[in-house]
Structures are given as structure tokens and as C-alpha cells.
Design a binder for this molecule. Structure first.
Ligand code: S6P
Ligand code: ZN
Length: 193
């Protein structure tokens, strides 16, 4: 394949603050608020939540500004704050990649939690993790991160193919097979049910 010079993207360097997850330059930052993700929590938990209409930030994302085109890779950090809605921990909305055949890698910079995953043919897998763990999400697996810490943010770095796309709607409709709930009667403070 011939290379079109006008399409050559230039290399760059950037800084990632390991303690905060902040990506210093060329990055967009966006927040997901609780009020924007009420459909993914159990409705009885949502109904008992007092500040649902407020501006509680569940997570913040720093994502490198790059073309969403095949061939590129997108570096991204997520800071998932500690918190709960009823007995459900703060978690990401969760998604399949629109382009189902694309994978993703997560590196845990700080914190602990559970990665819940499932496929459309009915398989599921839950992986507990902590700082310095490397998580591999293969093609076809929907993925959601759950912060099981009572006090600390979960900070993770990810890299995904730029043409992956994000399908949130399927998860809104089906939910995840497994939930991670606060359970003070266990040593680790949570149960996967
Ligand atoms: C992108 C990757 C992450 C998430 C981020 C927020 O493919 O998996 O960067 O976008 O952790 O989660 P969500 O489910 O709201 O996109
Ligand atoms: Zn993803």
C-alpha cells in the first residue's frame, strides 16, 4: 500500500501524572456524572439516592486527541472515584466496542476493584485487580470497571484501537450478568453476585 504523505501523522510525547492520572497535553478531559448514568444502577438504589440530580462526578477521563481512524491507538486514563449508590459501587457505564473485533489493555496505576466482562453469546468473567495489574480485554468482550475501595480513587490507563467505537446502548438494555456490591460482612468488603 502506498503512503499518502498528507496522511502521515507526526509523533509526539506527552506526560502522564502517575498519581493523578492526568494526561498533560493534547488531551481532552470529560466527566461522567451520576445523573447521566442512572439507568445502569438498580432503580431502588437510585430512588433512595439523595443527590442524584446534583453534580456528583463518578469518573473523569483524559483522552489523547487523535483521529478516530483505523491504525491509530488511543491512550486514555480514567479516574473512577470511590462511592456507592445504595450497595452498588461507583462504576463505569460499560460498553462493547462498536467494532466488536477490537481489544483493549488496561494498566492499573492506583487502586483496586473488579473488571466485569461478558460476551453476546452468554459468557462472563470477573477479574479482581489492584495497583500494577495489567488487564487484557479481548475482542468481543463488553467491559465495565468497578471501584471497590471505600476511600481511594481507582486510576487506570488504557490503550484501544482508534476505530473501536463505543456501543453503550446494548449494555443499557441487557445490563451486566454480575454485580459487585458492598458487603461489610466479608473480609474484602464486597461480593460478586
Ligand atoms: C475506552 C475505554 C475507557 C472507557 C472509560 C470510561 O474504550 O474502555 O477509556 O471509555 O474508562 O468508561 P465508559 O464505559 O463510560 O466508556
Ligand atoms: Zn473500551
Amino acid at each position: 500500500m502506498s503512503m499518502n504523505q498528507s496522511k502521515i501523522f507526526h509523533p509526539f510525547k506527552s506526560q502522564l501524572e502517575l498519581e493523578t492520572g492526568k494526561i498533560g497535553s493534547n488531551a481532552n478531559c470529560w466527566d461522567r456524572k451520576l445523573s447521566e448514568m442512572t439507568e445502569i444502577y438498580d432503580q431502588e438504589n437510585i430512588n433512595n439516592q439523595l443527590d442524584i440530580s446534583g453534580n456528583t462526578i463518578v469518573y473523569r477521563v483524559y483522552e489523547h486527541e487523535l483521529p478516530y481512524e483505523k491504525g491509530h491507538l488511543i491512550p486514555v486514563t480514567t479516574i473512577l472515584y470511590p462511592g456507592r449508590v445504595g450497595n452498588q459501587f461507583f462504576m463505569t457505564k460499560g460498553h462493547y466496542h462498536e467494532n466488536r473485533g477490537t481489544a483493549e489493555v488496561y494498566l492499573i496505576l492506583n487502586g483496586e476493584g473488579v473488571l466485569t466482562m461478558q460476551t453476546e453469546d452468554g459468557q462472563h468473567q470477573e477479574i479482581e485487580f489492584s495497583t500494577e495489574d495489567l488487564l487484557y480485554i479481548p475482542p468481543f468482550w463488553a467491559h465495565r470497571m468497578v471501584n471497590t475501595s471505600i476511600s481511594d480513587p481507582l486510576i487506570f490507563y488504557g490503550i484501544y484501537p482508534a476505530d473501536a467505537g463505543h456501543d453503550y446502548q446494548t449494555i443499557v438494555e441487557t445490563g451486566f450478568k454480575k454485580k459487585v456490591i458492598y458487603n461489610p460482612d466479608t473480609k474484602r468488603n464486597f461480593s460478586i453476585i
